[in-house]
Design a protein. Structure first.
Length: 285
């Protein structure tokens, strides 16, 4: 008779074990890969729309929520958006599993905990984006286009709100700098099944990954700058999200060129995530 393994230890230990079991579940892996593809599609579309604007052939400067609405407006858009919503939920689930089960072995030191907390926050952000996609599919509309200003206003209304918003702005800029560091080091290679790629595929994956991360670094830097401005002026109207950051780049000298380069970078970032849907190491890989 096969002996059953009964759960032991604290509730926290049991929850971590459940997360570890989920990390190697084949259905979780499939959802995670669908999630990487969905995120890639959304960012590639944001970049494509911005590039069209920069090069004067239509398009618009929008954010991830605007990209979801654009998908919905296409023929069979709601069906397509339903798959994207499922994918985004899968991506959010995988990020939360990464935070709880630590399949990448980030550890429990200060640096590891910080990284795992960032996974959890990222998971919650994409769960919210998936919910927005579901609302659009159901005809309930998406979130407010001024979401960044809304939550900035709520934070500014709290005790020490200006310091809090300013600190978040500095952290976002720091995250942008980290994106540049990742682009330089190309450390993302460790998470890919490079042995399953040809030499040409490896070369192009690293190139588009670097370009995409650099573009994200620029966007995070602009968003962080506006958050610091909002804190200094105690005015949430200064806060900008992705769409506002792209708009700001377009208004600079040679703005069309700057926006075009960043837009191409965002397309590259999207393509990089689509590549990850196939070659990312997930679970026990």
């Amino acid at each position: 008779m096969k002996r059953q393994n009964l759960p032991t230890g604290s509730a926290g230990d049991q929850a971590e074990q459940v997360a570890k079991d989920a990390a190697v579940n084949p259905w979780v892996e499939r959802l995670a890969r669908l999630g990487f593809a969905a995120k890639g599609i959304v960012y590639a579309l944001v970049g494509l729309l911005a590039a069209q604007t920069a090069f004067g052939i239509g398009g618009k400067r929008t954010d991830t929520q605007g990209a979801l609405q654009t998908i919905s407006n296409q023929p069979f858009g709601r069906i397509l958006l339903s798959f994207v919503a499922i994918g985004l939920l899968g991506y959010a689930l995988w990020r939360l599993i990464e935070a709880a089960a630590d399949p990448d072995h980030k550890g429990n030191d200060a640096k590891g905990i910080l990284q795992r907390c960032s996974y959890a926050v990222n998971g919650l952000i994409y769960a919210s984006l998936a919910l927005t996609a579901v609302k659009i599919v159901l005809g309930a509309g998406g979130s407010s286009s001024n979401a960044s200003r809304d939550w900035t206003a709520r934070l500014l209304a709290q005790p020490f709100g200006q310091w809090l918003v300013g600190t978040i702005g500095a952290l976002v800029i720091g995250l942008g700098v980290y994106q540049f560091y990742q682009a330089y080091k190309a450390s993302f290679r460790k998470k890919l099944k490079l042995d399953e790629m040809s030499d040409a595929e490896q070369t192009w994956t690293i190139r588009i990954g670097r370009l995409g991360l650099a573009a994200r670094g620029v966007v995070f830097g602009v968003i962080g700058f506006f958050l610091i401005q909002a804190a200094r002026q105690s005015n949430p109207d200064h806060a900008q999200g992705l769409a506002g950051a792209l708009e700001s780049l377009a208004q600079q000298p040679y703005g069309a060129w700057i926006l075009g380069i960043v837009a191409i970078g965002l397309i590259a970032y999207g393509v990089y995530y689509i590549v990850q849907a196939r070659y990312r190491k997930i679970g026990t890989d």
